[in-house]
Ligand binder design. Structure first.
Ligand code: K1U
Ligand code: ZN
Length: 186
């Protein structure tokens, strides 16, 4: 398995529409394994294909030790009840903001065998699914912030982004160095 590079804000792929998956190939299964490994190392609860430089409509999620592969997802219904909570993004490190979203959603997707399934999600899983499905349509959580909060988030990002030359975030795989700040690395 391999740890993948994570694309950060400014890389055009994060703003592109993805392409539906037509066949679940061996290469796609390897991508999924690598995405899970990368997500766990980054301490995320989700990771979408564009975040690792891929254009397939595919995301992996693990909320509460329940790994889920979500291929070609569609939100088939969303509650009118909404909730606001803080979100972060592995592609915009150290930037956070409160996002209001439907509290529960029903999602239809394909699994890694290419079989359709539906998932009713609430709380953090519902939020994570919506965040990841947004990634598959080129949308980021900062797009939901008010003008002032978005400006403040982007100003924080302006100070952070130089740590990621070429819009690439390389995760530290050596646990003895994981406490180090990226710009302290050799
Ligand atoms: O897609 C991503 O960038 C991953 C992102 C997903 C996400 C974060 C917050 C709310 C919904 C979806 C993350 O996993 S960032 C890590 C994080 O914020 C988090 C980690 C554990 C529990 C809760 C949030
Ligand atoms: Zn994200």
């Amino acid at each position: 398995m391999s740890i993948l590079e994570i694309r950060v804000l400014g890389d055009p792929i994060l703003r592109e529409e993805t392409t539906p998956v037509e066949h679940v190939t061996t290469e796609l299964r390897t991508l999924v394994k690598n995405m899970f490994e990368t997500m766990y190392l980054a301490k995320g609860i989700g990771l979408a294909a564009p975040q690792v430089g891929r254009s397939e409509r595919l995301t992996v999620i693990d909320v509460d030790d329940n790994p889920i592969v979500v291929i070609n997802p569609e939100i088939v219904s969303a509650s009118s009840a909404k909730g606001k909570a803080e979100e972060g993004c592995l592609s915009i490190p150290d930037v956070y903001g409160d996002v209001e979203r439907p509290s529960s959603v029903r999602v239809r997707a394909l699994d890694l065998e290419g079989r359709p399934f539906e998932l009713d999600a609430t709380e953090l899983l519902a939020r994570c699914l919506q965040h990841e499905i947004d990634h598959l349509h080129g949308k980021l959580f900062i797009d939901y912030l008010s003008v002032l909060k978005r400006r403040s988030a982007l100003s924080k990002w302006t100070k952070e982004k130089d740590k990621y030359p070429g819009f690439i975030r390389r995760l530290e795989t050596d646990p003895s160095r994981s406490h180090e700040h990226p710009d302290e690395e050799l």
